[in-house]
Design a protein. Structure first.
Length: 285
C-alpha cells in the first residue's frame, strides 16, 4: 500500500486554496477563450438548454428565409412574364389600329397571329425553379413562414395564354363571334374589318386580366417581404437572447484572471511560509 505524504494543517489549507484557485483560473481561461460563460450544461443547465432552444428556432427560421427568397424570385419571374405579355398586347393593339385603315388586312392578321404565338411561348418561359404562375390555374406554391410550417401563404397561378385571358369576359359580352376568330391562331379581321372592334375588345379584356393578376402578385410580394423582414428581426432577437444567456463579460473575466493570478502567487508564498516550520528541522543536522 502506497504511503501518503503527511502535510501540516497550514500546508494542507494552503494547498486546498491553491487547488481551488486553479479551478477558477481554468474556468476563467475557458470563458476568455470561448467568449462564453456557459459552455456546457454543467455550467448552468437552465441557461444552456434555453439558449440551445433559441438557437435551434433561429436556425429553423433561417431555413424558412431561403424558401421566402425563392418565392420572391418566382413572383418576379411571373411579373416579368406579365410585363412581356403586356408589351406584346400593345403591339397587337397597334396592328389592330393599322388594319382599320388598310384595304388588305391579311398582312396584319398574319402578324397578329405571330404575336399571339409569341405570347404562348413567353408564358412557357416565365417559370422559375419549376414553378410557373402563368402556366395554368392548377399551379400553386406554399410559402412557409414559421418553424412548424403552420403559418403559410399559398400562391396560385393563372393561365396567361391570350385566349384564356379573355375567355370569360369576352364570351359574356360578345357572343356573336368566337374568341379563336379574333385572338387565337386563325385570326380573321373580317370583311372590311368587321371583327376589329371585337379584336380590340379582346385585347382590352386581356390587359385588364393581366393587371388584376399583377396586382395580386404585388400584394403577395409585399406580404412575403414583410414576413421576410420580420423573420430576419426574429432570428436576430433569438440569437441575441441566446447570447445574453451564455456570453461572458470579457472585461469582468479579465479582471477575474488578474485577481486569480495574484491569489495564486500569494497562495504559493503562503505555502512556502507554512513549510518553513518543517524546513527548520534541517538545521538540526
Amino acid at each position: 500500500m502506497a504511503q501518503e505524504v503527511t502535510l501540516t494543517a497550514a500546508m494542507r489549507a494552503n494547498l486546498i486554496s491553491l487547488q481551488n484557485t486553479e479551478v477558477l483560473l481554468n474556468r476563467t481561461q475557458e470563458r476568455l477563450a470561448t467568449g462564453k460563460k456557459v459552455n456546457s450544461a454543467l455550467d448552468n443547465p437552465l441557461n444552456f438548454f434555453a439558449a440551445a432552444a433559441h438557437m435551434q428556432r433561429a436556425s429553423d427560421l433561417s431555413e424558412r428565409k431561403d424558401g421566402m427568397g425563392e418565392a420572391i424570385q418566382t413572383i418576379k419571374a411571373a411579373n416579368n412574364g406579365i410585363e412581356g405579355i403586356k408589351a406584346l398586347l400593345a403591339n397587337a393593339k397597334g396592328l389592330v389600329e393599322a388594319a382599320r385603315t388598310s384595304t388588305d388586312t391579311s398582312v396584319q392578321e398574319k402578324q397578329f397571329e405571330e404575336v399571339m404565338a409569341q405570347i404562348s411561348q413567353l408564358v412557357q418561359d416565365s417559370g422559375y425553379k419549376g414553378t410557373n404562375f402563368l402556366n395554368g390555374t392548377g399551379v400553386s406554391l406554399d410559402v412557409l413562414f414559421n418553424e412548424t410550417g403552420t403559418n403559410k401563404l399559398t400562391l396560385t397561378g393563372f393561365d396567361g395564354n391570350a385566349t384564356a385571358l379573355v375567355a370569360t369576359t369576352f364570351t359574356a359580352t360578345y357572343t356573336a363571334v368566337a374568341i379563336t376568330d379574333v385572338i387565337g391562331t386563325n385570326v380573321t379581321f373580317g370583311a372590311s374589318g368587321s371583327n376589329l372592334n371585337y379584336v380590340a375588345a379582346a385585347i382590352t379584356s386581356a390587359m385588364s386580366k393581366l393587371q388584376s393578376e399583377a396586382s395580386k402578385l404585388s400584394s403577395n410580394l409585399a406580404i412575403i417581404n414583410a414576413r421576410l423582414d420580420f423573420t430576419n428581426q426574429m432570428v436576430n432577437t433569438l440569437k441575441e437572447g441566446a447570447d445574453k444567456l451564455t456570453l461572458a463579460d470579457t472585461n469582468e473575466e479579465g479582471a477575474n484572471m488578474l485577481a486569480l493570478q495574484t491569489r495564486q502567487q500569494l497562495g504559493v508564498t503562503s505555502l512556502s511560509l507554512a513549510s518553513q516550520a518543517a524546513q527548520s528541522v534541517l538545521r538540526l543536522f
